[in-house]
Structures are given as structure tokens and as C-alpha cells.
Design a protein around this ligand. Structure first.
Ligand SMILES: Cc1nn(C)c(C)c1CC(=O)Nc1ccccn1
Length: 327
């Protein structure tokens, strides 16, 4: 019965969180992503112009999956593609002896310029793995029957190292009870229903809830346009800047806390988490941590929300469920 824990190291402005993963005989820093289901990494096959500065997987330690290839495009239109090898993958002591490792032969500039990240480790459902002609399992699906309990947990923090655990829940990491809600796996995501939102101390609702996904691979909190609009209407100097592609606020602002009702419990994102980052180094205008989910089709509870809670991704029962607790 395997269990394991690995650090989640925050990058600048908590734009992403990276964790050490041993693949074959190299250790790479991967972005664990509950919003996708591909484990891919820069490799010795990647063009040097695209992989400069990144840790590389050398497929010589693996066994090529003949005729298998992968090609993924994320919601922000970043993309990567390549071929596939079966190799040993170890995360926090949990070992997958034959994990599908997707070696990149091409990546978009977003990944090239994010030199701290050597790739992604998908933790959504294997139904959305992009390998053709035969999709392969995620790391979690590969090891889940060998785990003490088929769960993984997410404990991200603002500006500090958090952790992912596999196979167990650590009661020292949260306060109060864990509130569980059902997950709809139809779209391959950890998809749940949020009941409602409100800002500040008052329970002045900023809007009804809706369909949402828990997504560690997305930095911000994308909510219904009406909820985002109502939230920023309470901040002096806040504006929707279409050139920046979203809401901005004065970096000097103290945004109100943001409350989310899930499973009958209220979880609070401190207002400071929503004063996300200066538009450019030294700018006095900051990008908001809450943005509209217009065009996405569902809300995305990314790192701005997840770093305010302890989250349990539980596939140990008859159907998957998500658990949230205050940190
Ligand atoms: C779905 C979506 N639409 N829009 C505008 C955004 C930003 C998303 C989320 C997204 O793209 N997340 C991501 C990106 C790269 C790697 C992993 N996750």
C-alpha cells in the first residue's frame, strides 16, 4: 500500500506550483494539473530553441509506445505535442513502474518561456488523455489500486510551499470538517456545483452558483461574469480592461474577502489573494485574481481559490467526490 507526499513550490505570484518528479533517471519539476490528463515533459527530442533552460526527459530509459502520439491544447490556447514512452515515474515515494510519459517534440511559447516548469502531470480523469490511437492512464489512475486509499490531496499556499499527498488524508493540514460534494466526470474534470457567492462580511450575495471545476493548473478564479462584475463594483478604481483581457485594480486596493458556498459550507478567499499581481514589474495597476468565465462554459476554481482551502480528490468510493476544508 503506497502513500506519498511531495512539495508544491510556488512560482512568481503563485502563477503555478511545481513539484519534483523522477522520470526514468532524471528529476524534473512538473506542474500538477487537476484540469488535464496528460503527463508530458520537455525531452531530449524537443528542439533546442524551445527547450533551452528546461530539465529534459531522456527517453533512452523508457520503452517507446509504437505509433502513439499526443497533442494537447489548453483553454488559454497554449499547446504541446510529441510521442510516448513507458517509463518509471516516482512522486513522493509513490512509484508507477510503467507510466505513459509524453515526451514533447513541440511546445508553444508559453511553455518555452516558463523556464522553471519542465512539463505537466495531469490529474484529471483519464477519459480526456490526448494520446492516440489509444489513450493512456494518468499517474493517479496508474497507481490508484496500489494506494492505501484511492485519493490525492491538494494543499496549496499563498507565497509558500504547499504539498500534494497520494493515498491518504492528513488531518493536521486542515481545520474543521471536510465537506464533500459529488463530482460529475462527464467532461473528464473534477466538476462540481458551487451553491453561491458573496463578498465581504455581509452575506450580500453576488450571485447564484453554478458548474465549476477544481483546477490546480489554472492560476486564477474564473466565475460567472455577473459575479465578477458585482465583486469588482465594490472596489474603488477597479475596471474591466479589455486590452489586458480582464479586471484590473489599483495595487494599493484592499479587495473584500470572497465567499463561496459549497455543499452547504462557506469557504473564504482572503481579499489579498485577489490583488493578484502587477500588470508589469513596477506597475501600480494589478490584475485581479477573480476573472469572468465568459466563453469557457463553466467556472474554474484555480489556485486563487485552492490556496485558501484543503482539497481532497477522492476516487475511493462508488463515484468520485471532492472534499473541501478550511486551511
Ligand atoms: C479553460 C480555460 N480557458 N481560459 C481562458 C483559461 C485561462 C483556461 C484554463 C487553462 O487554460 N488552464 C491551463 C492552461 C495551461 C495549462 C494548464 N491549464
Amino acid at each position: 500500500c503506497q502513500t506519498g507526499e511531495v512539495a508544491a513550490d510556488p512560482q512568481l505570484y503563485d502563477q503555478s506550483y511545481l513539484s519534483p518528479v523522477t522520470i526514468g533517471n532524471s528529476e524534473l519539476m512538473l506542474d500538477f494539473d487537476t484540469g488535464s490528463a496528460d503527463l508530458w515533459c520537455f525531452s531530449t527530442e524537443s528542439p533546442a530553441a524551445q527547450s533551452a533552460g528546461h530539465g529534459l526527459y531522456n527517453p533512452s530509459t523508457g520503452t517507446e509506445l509504437d505509433g502513439a502520439f499526443w497533442d494537447i491544447t489548453y483553454g488559454d490556447q497554449s499547446a504541446a505535442s510529441g510521442n510516448v514512452f513507458a517509463d518509471k515515474v516516482v512522486v513522493g515515494g509513490v512509484t508507477a513502474t510503467k507510466q505513459a510519459v509524453e515526451a514533447a517534440t513541440s511546445v508553444s511559447y508559453e511553455f518555452t518561456e516558463d523556464v522553471a516548469s519542465d512539463g505537466l502531470l495531469g490529474l484529471a480523469f483519464s477519459s480526456i488523455n490526448t494520446i492516440l490511437p489509444q489513450p493512456q492512464t494518468t499517474f493517479f489512475d496508474t497507481v490508484r489500486n496500489s494506494l492505501a486509499k484511492a485519493v490525492f490531496t491538494v494543499d496549496l499556499k499563498k507565497g509558500a510551499a504547499g504539498s500534494y499527498t497520494f493515498g491518504y488524508i492528513d488531518s493536521s493540514k486542515y481545520s474543521g470538517a471536510i465537506t464533500y460534494v459529488p463530482v460529475n466526470t462527464a467532461n473528464g474534470f473534477w466538476q462540481f456545483t458551487a451553491d453561491g457567492y458573496s463578498a465581504g462580511g455581509s452575506d450580500s450575495s453576488t450571485g447564484r452558483g453554478g458548474v465549476a471545476i477544481a483546477d490546480t493548473g489554472t492560476s486564477l478564479l474564473y466565475l460567472p461574469a455577473s459575479v465578477a462584475k458585482a465583486y469588482y463594483s465594490g472596489i474603488q478604481g477597479a475596471t474591466f480592461d479589455f486590452r489586458q483581457g480582464g479586471y484590473t485594480i489599483p495595487c494599493s486596493a484592499t479587495p473584500p474577502d470572497f465567499n463561496v458556498a459549497i455543499g452547504g459550507k462557506t469557504f473564504t478567499v482572503p481579499g489579498s489573494y485577489i490583488n493578484y499581481a502587477p500588470l508589469r514589474a513596477g506597475s501600480s495597476t494589478c490584475f485581479g485574481g477573480i476573472q469572468a468565465d465568459t466563453g469557457i462554459g463553466f467556472s474554474i476554481f484555480g489556485d486563487v481559490f485552492l490556496k485558501a482551502v484543503y482539497a481532497v480528490f477522492d476516487d475511493s468510493g462508488s463515484s468520485p467526490r471532492l472534499g473541501f476544508a478550511a486551511q
